[in-house]
Design a protein around this ligand. Sequence first.
Ligand SMILES: Nc1ncnc2c1ncn2[C@@H]1O[C@H](COP(=O)(O)OP(=O)(O)O)[C@@H](O)[C@H]1O
Ligand SMILES: [Mg+2]
Length: 241
Amino acid sequence: MGHTDSVLLKMEGVSSGYGRVEILHEVSLEVRQGTITCLVGPNGAGKSTILKTIQGFLRPTQGRIAFEGQEITGHPPHTLLGLGIASVPQGRQVFPEMTVLENLEMGAFTVHDRQIVHRALEQVYALFPRLRERRHQQAGTLSGGEQQMLAIGRALLVEPTLAHMDEPSLGLAPRFVDQIFETIVDLKRQGITILMVEQNAKRALAVADWGYVLELGKNRLEETGQWLLHNPEVRRMYLGG
Ligand SMILES: Nc1ncnc2c1ncn2[C@@H]1O[C@H](COP(=O)(O)OP(=O)(O)O)[C@@H](O)[C@H]1O
Ligand SMILES: [Mg+2]
């Protein structure tokens, strides 16, 4: 595998935004196969906008996005899901009236082979035994941490190559925060490439292979997670001292 072969997702000079308001200004980034890549930066920097643009909810006005070497710029969300790009949006979005199992099965709506669905379900239950125990419980009655496991589990039902997650630890009790970061490392071990945005930048950079610092919708800095974590200026400016 050559240098460029290992780039799973590539954004090149992407501008994007809401209506006429441009939020991302020629953002470029690469996510390498098998890594954890983390986006950090102040509130409003455009981190969530990057994920929404990758997933096809927002259409770039400039630049291109490629996945496994194929252009996916402007492709609609379900197509990207079909290619193996799974999204865990911000805010633990589960269907509260549906059971855990029904929620998980919703994640597999693009998968028509029941055997694959069954295999993926078993993998999710192995990762989160809690979800198996509670499979017939209404999702709305789960704790916040359990709902986040469910949101991650649902994304895994397509057996993704790349999973992107927006603030997976936000608002969770400390023991669940630990568990979410352990899960992310587990997913990497299983060969799933991770792109994540985290408020908890120190925790995220500690497990990240590569990090991007974004500011005002632009690339500011990129380096290894460890370098960013230990750089005094980065710590002071972006990691709260
Ligand atoms: N749905 C939206 N409509 C209009 N502007 C938005 C919308 N969502 C976010 N924005 C604006 O885009 C900018 C970047 O937001 P966002 O990508 O959510 O930042 P981050 O995730 O880095 O905190 C902010 O100025 C925000 O107000
Ligand atoms: Mg955000």
